[in-house]
Design a protein around this ligand. Structure first.
Ligand code: CP
Length: 308
C-alpha cells in the first residue's frame, strides 16, 4: 500500500491519496460487518504476530489494536514502558530489536518523541504502524474519525469541520488536517493564538481564535483536550477563561446548527473542553469513534500484513 510513505508501514496521513483513504474506509466497512457477526472473527492473519509497543499511556488505541489483531486471528504481545527494562537503561533500539527477535511481524508504536516509529522501522525488519508520536501524527485516529464522519454524513465532500483546542500540541489535529481535507472536507482550526500550530504555512485550512464566529456554520466540531504533558496549559491566562472562549459549553452547543455533530478523540476532560451534558448527547459521536477504531485498525493491519 502506498500508505505512510513506504509500502510497509502506516506512519502519517500526510502523503495518503484520496484513493488510499477511501480503500481503507471501504475495507473498514466490511470489517464492521464481520464485527457484528455472532463470532466476530476471521482467520485472515493467522500465524502473524503483532507487537504493541506503548512508551506513552493509552486506553483506546492500545486496546483497539489488540481487539483488531485478535479479530483477524493474529497473535498479539504487548509491551509497556512501565515495568520494562527501559528502567534499567535499555535503549529504544535495543527494545525494538529484542521484540523483533521474538518473531514480531508488525509493531504498533506510540512514543513521546516525534519520529520514533520511523526510527524503529529503520532499525528492524518489522512493519510499523504509528500509534502516536509526540505532537506529530496519529494516523489511525484520523482514519477512525473520517470513518465516523463518513458514516454520519455519507460523504466528506464540502463538510465544514472545526477542530478546536490545543492544536499546537496535537498529533490528532495534524493527522486529521491531511486526512479530512484530502477526503474533501473544509477544516477550520480554532485556538487561542498561543495554541495555534507553528510551521503550518501551506496547510489547506483556515485558522481563527474566535470559536463563536464559526460555531453557527459547522457540520462537525472536533474538540481537543489541553495537552498538559506537552506544555499546553502554560500558554493561556486561566482555565475559566479558556473554557468560556473555547469550551463546548451547553450554551455554545445550543448555538450549533441542529445536525452538527461533536467529536472528541478521548480522553475527555469533562467541564473543560466539553460539558458533561454535551458529552452524553446523541449528537456526540465519541463512543462511535471508539467503536469505529476497531474496524479501521483491522483494515490497516489486514492491508499491511497481506491478509487473505
Ligand atoms: N485517542 C487516543 O489516542 O486515546 P488513547 O490515548 O487512550 O489511546
Amino acid at each position: 500500500m502506498g500508505a505512510g510513505g513506504t509500502e510497509l508501514n502506516f506512519l502519517t496521513t500526510e502523503d495518503l491519496t484520496r484513493n488510499d483513504l477511501e480503500e481503507i474506509l471501504d475495507l473498514a466497512d466490511e470489517f464492521t460487518r464481520v464485527l457484528s457477526r455472532p463470532i466476530p472473527k476471521v482467520p485472515a492473519l493467522q500465524g502473524k504476530l503483532v507487537a504493541n509497543l506503548f512508551f506513552e499511556s493509552s486506553t483506546r488505541t492500545r486496546l483497539s489494536f489488540e481487539r483488531a489483531a485478535r479479530a483477524l486471528s493474529a497473535d498479539v504481545m504487548s509491551f509497556s514502558a512501565s515495568g520494562s527494562s527501559l528502567s534499567k537503561g535499555e535503549s529504544l533500539k535495543d527494545t525494538a530489536l529484542t521484540i523483533e527477535a521474538m518473531g514480531a511481524d508488525l509493531m504498533v508504536v506510540r512514543h513521546r518523541a516525534t519520529g520514533a516509529p520511523w526510527r524503529i522501522a529503520g532499525w528492524t525488519g518489522c512493519q510499523v504502524i504509528n500509534a502516536g508520536d509526540g505532537a506529530h501524527q496519529h494516523p489511525t485516529q484520523a482514519m477512525l474519525d473520517a470513518l465516523t464522519l463518513r458514516r454520519r454524513f455519507g460523504d466528506l465532500d464540502g463538510l465544514r469541520v472545526a477542530i478546536v483546542g490545543d492544536i499546537r500540541h496535537s498529533r490528532v489535529a495534524r493527522s486529521n488536517v491531511f486526512a479530512l481535507t484530502t477526503l474533501g472536507a473544509r477544516v477550520v482550526l480554532v485556538a487561542p493564538r498561543t495554541l495555534q500550530p507553528v510551521n503550518c504555512e501551506g496547510w489547506p485550512v483556515e485558522t481563527t481564535d474566535d470559536f463563536d464566529a464559526v460555531v453557527g456554520s459547522v457540520d462537525a466540531t472536533y474538540l481537543l483536550r489541553i495537552q498538559t504533558e506537552r506544555g499546553g496549559a502554560s500558554v493561556f491566562p486561566s482555565l475559566p477563561e479558556y473554557v468560556s472562549r473555547y469550551g463546548m459549553t451547553r450554551d455554545r452547543f445550543a448555538r450549533l446548527p441542529d445536525d452538527t455533530v461533536v467529536l472528541h478523540p478521548g480522553p475527555m476532560n469533562r467541564g473543560v473542553e466539553i460539558d458533561d451534558v454535551v458529552a452524553g448527547h446523541p449528537r456526540a459521536l465519541i463512543l462511535d469513534q471508539v467503536t469505529n477504531g476497531v474496524a479501521v485498525r483491522m483494515a490497516i493491519l489486514f492491508r499491511l500484513l497481506g491478509g487473505k
